[in-house]
Design a protein around this ligand. Structure first.
Ligand code: MN
Length: 439
């Protein structure tokens, strides 16, 4: 499963890639689309505090013919979609090529020196765009802790609906309102109705704006309409993962969600982190699928394979921080309000993919499948304010003394994710961030 690109002893001539706390050592090599003052949007790979410009690498003849054609096409369409369409083998070829290109010692100098001018762009000098042009976006509900917590608030008698342990629950989201990390998010207007009141609903700015901490999976090779994706093949359709904030207006959601599910409470904005961390990079951090409680049904045969049960999970630590406008004026750093793990998900990424295509629905390169709120068993691992403050009844106190039930104007939500394991280099996802603007 791992190869020489994962070797913890590998170093790069990019000095900052050796820093212990970097998200982007040479063992990671995540893919994104960036632009800078003198470079049009183009594909790149994060390395330390730099970006490897893949178009510059192509122009220097450092990619093979086939990869060069694909990178040129990515530059033309300003997205990773052509690369994703090439499937896992193309992504692996690029990983191997980039790893070889970036290896070396900082003081080895001469060969590396000629690269430095054109091949690298400082992350600080670049704007990071959405990695793919997302044709379709689907959001799941794959944490049983999240589903149980939220269900118990809205339906105390039957928190978990009878289908939950049999099918991965999801809904079709909206691709047009996916935004890149750093994009401010305007508080949405919508219809709300106080739960207990018999008065008619009112229209206005949401009073219960929330975030949802999620992991997104980018689809690479798609499937033909009418064809299924076998669970054993599911991961050959997944390029890699990113972080995602499914901004949610809880008061609008409570009023609109029955009978067809989330709609305007969710589709005003969804923030996506800039770097696609490939499944290849994540290979050292795989773990068994979630162990179901005794008495839970086993997944139906089409949603289960020995391999997926053995290594369908991911050890990704995830945290959420909030920084308020007041904290920024007082120079108080954003404060962590939750920390959890993607390993707590009831359904694996492979199961989400297989379920999605099980009716013959065609997935396409660049499609984005989000996990649903990542919540674990403990309070500290709850991935949205609705759960974290228990519907606002247990407000959080921030450094500086402010309290939060839901998000207020000026609040910045920052999500981070990383993987650690003895014997391997730590890799990270970068940030998924956004500030709330007033309605
Ligand atoms: Mn969600």
């Amino acid at each position: 499963m791992t190869n020489d690109t994962h070797d913890a002893a590998l170093t790069s001539w990019v000095e900052s890639a050796q820093e212990a706390d970097t998200d982007f050592p040479i063992q990671n090599l995540p893919l994104g689309i960036f632009e800078s003052t003198d470079r049009q949007p183009r594909p790149g790979i994060a390395i330390g505090d730099q970006i490897l410009d893949l178009v510059a690498a192509m122009e220097l003849g450092l990619l093979g013919d086939s990869l060069a054609t694909t990178i040129h096409e990515c530059e033309r369409v300003r997205s990773l979609n052509p690369l994703l369409a090439g499937g896992r083998s193309t992504l692996a070829a690029l990983r191997n090529t980039a790893s070889a290109m970036l290896r070396g010692n900082v003081d080895e100098g001469v060969a590396a020196e000629k690269y430095r001018g054109g091949l690298l762009v400082a992350l600080d000098d670049a704007e990071l765009l959405l990695p793919a042009r997302v044709g379709d976006y689907t959001d799941f509900y794959a944490s049983i802790y999240h589903a149980t917590n939220v269900g118990s608030m809205f339906r105390p008698d039957s928190p978990l609906l009878p289908n939950y342990k049999w099918i991965p629950i999801g809904y079709h989201g909206r691709a047009s309102s996916l935004v890149r990390s750093g994009t401010p998010v305007r508080r949405p207007n919508g219809q709300t109705r106080d739960d207990a009141a018999s008065a008619p609903p009112t229209f206005g700015p949401t009073r219960r704006l929330d975030y949802e901490l999620e992991v997104g999976a980018f689809i690479c090779a798609g499937n033909m309409q009418g064809d299924q994706i076998a669970i054993a093949d599911a991961e050959s359709h997944v390029a890699g993962l990113c972080l995602l904030n499914d901004w949610s207006a809880r008061d609008m959601q409570a009023w609109e969600y029955q009978p067809l599910g989330p709609f305007l409470a969710k589709n005003f904005a969804t923030t996506v982190s800039p770097w696609l961390v490939t499944l290849d990079a994540l290979a050292p951090f795989r773990r068994p699928a979630f162990v179901r409680a005794e008495g839970d049904p086993q997944p139906l045969p089409h949603l289960s394979s020995d391999d997926d049960q053995r290594r369908g999970g991911f050890d990704i630590t995830l945290e959420v921080l909030i920084g308020t406008a007041l904290m920024r004026t007082q120079n108080i750093a954003p404060a962590r309000i939750s920390i959890g793990s993607f390993a707590s998900m009831y359904w694996t990424v492979a199961q989400l993919v297989t379920h999605h295509a099980s009716n013959g629905c065609n997935l396409e390169a660049g499609d984005l499948l989000a996990s649903g709120t990542v919540s674990g068993e403990t309070k500290e691992s709850r991935g949205c304010l609705l759960e974290r403050t228990w519907r606002g009844t247990e407000p959080l106190t921030l450094p500086g003394g402010e309290t939060r039930r839901f998000l207020e104007d000026g609040d910045e939500v920052i999500m981070r994710g990383w993987c650690e394991r003895n014997g391997f280099r730590r890799i990270g996802f970068g940030e998924c961030a956004g500030v709330v603007l007033s309605a």
